[in-house]
Design a binder for this molecule. Structure first.
Ligand SMILES: NC(=O)C1=CN([C@@H]2O[C@H](COP(=O)(O)OP(=O)(O)OC[C@H]3O[C@@H](n4cnc5c(N)ncnc54)[C@H](O)[C@@H]3O)[C@@H](O)[C@H]2O)C=CC1
Ligand SMILES: O=C([O-])CC(=O)C(=O)O
Length: 320
């Protein structure tokens, strides 16, 4: 059996071996990106999933190592740590209702992880995303460029899906941008969403765009409602994997990421979805777009929800 600290390959720690975490481990290994340490509080479960994924290697043709663990010390040497630990919502719940249960989990997971791999880049997934990313940054003591959250890639991918279904065209030509907090007030930007460079505002009626924007905003809830017992995980895992690849391969790719704002878009001391350049140092640049007044107002409204969540986290678990 391979020991956790024997590899010289890139290594990604995934904390939380549930739906998102285990699917992400599979994506990372099968795309041949890195070895994976899959960690959970449930004994035997991450070990079983890691072994199952190892046994698929001969068929999938890769040599990546997958290690299941209940011990944070096994994260030694990880280049990236992804936090998926925590509860998903069930029908009727908002993401904010997860704060009480998930803040404790994220705080302790990040504190433990950073002790063993202080050099890692941290990517948060646990909801409510922007609030948990801020909490993770605070308790990690790391530079904000090295702590980020995944949501905008997923929300943009959903918007792209709905546009491609509406226009009956390939998704390959569609690129969208969804900014703001990962909640009902997220900010899809039709002006910056294109099909082969053509803004969708040139291709669809306003009412159609509004309908697709609304479906995007409620994209997570639509799946929660259908699944009944949990939330989306295939598209979320693919979205995190894209960020992992951008960092590991130092790709300098622009994508919407929950990054720490220090005055950009008129917002300060908050994590929220903005266009970021990702490379091996983490967030290398935050791009400030020339937004219209209504778009800025929508971003600020979205930020208010995040701030309320931060107040709640501070009173529940604190940021120390
Ligand atoms: N940012 C985004 O766009 C998305 C966020 N999410 C969020 O990701 C989180 C995980 O979702 P799923 O994987 O579907 O849930 P899940 O319930 O399948 O998995 C969560 C795992 O976390 C583990 N866990 C709990 N406490 C832990 C701790 N202290 N240390 C290590 N592991 C711990 C649980 O044992 C469980 O295996 C949820 O909060 C969900 O809302 C899910 C999809 C998209
Ligand atoms: O909806 C949820 O709770 C999970 C999530 O964040 C998403 O799928 O966008």
């Amino acid at each position: 059996m391979v020991k956790a600290n024997q590899s010289i390959n890139p290594r990604v720690g995934v904390i939380g071996a549930g739906k998102v975490g285990s699917t992400l481990a599979q994506r990372i290994a099968e795309k041949d990106l890195a070895d994976v340490v899959l960690l959970d509080v449930i004994e035997g479960m991450p070990q079983g999933i890691a072994l199952d994924l190892m046994e698929a290697r001969g068929v999938e043709h890769h040599d990546r190592q997958l290690i299941g663990s209940n011990n944070y010390a096994d994260l030694v040497g990880c280049n990236i740590v992804v936090i998926t630990a925590g509860k998903p919502r069930t029908p009727g719940m908002s993401r904010e209702e997860l704060i009480e249960i998930n803040a404790k989990i994220v705080k302790s997971a990040v504190k433990e992880a950073v002790k063993h791999c202080p050099e890692a880049i941290f990517i948060l997934v646990t909801n409510p995303l922007d609030v948990m990313t801020y909490l993770a940054w605070k308790v990690s003591g790391l530079d904000p460029s090295r702590v980020m959250g995944m949501a905008g890639v997923l929300d943009s991918a959903r918007f792209e899906t709905f546009i491609s279904l509406e226009l009956g065209c390939s998704i390959a030509d569609i690129q969208t941008l969804v900014l703001g907090g990962h909640g009902d007030l997220m900010v899809p930007l039709p002006r910056f969403s294109t099909v082969r460079g053509i803004p969708i505002t040139e291709l669809m009626e306003t009412e159609t765009i509004d309908r697709l924007v609304d479906r995007t905003r409620k994209g997570g809830a639509e799946i929660v409602q259908l699944m009944k017992t949990g939330s989306a995980y295939y598209a979320p895992a693919s979205s995190v994997c894209l960020m992992v690849e951008a960092v590991l391969h130092n790709q300098s790719r622009f994508m919407p990421v929950a990054g720490y704002l220090q005055g950009q878009y008129g917002l300060n001391d908050i994590y929220m979805g903005v266009p970021c350049k990702l490379g091996y140092k983490g967030i290398e640049q935050i791009l400030e777009l020339p937004l219209e007044k209504s778009e800025i107002a929508a971003l600020r409204e979205s930020a208010e929800v995040v701030r309320k969540g931060l107040e709640m986290v501070e009173s529940l678990v604190g940021f120390d």
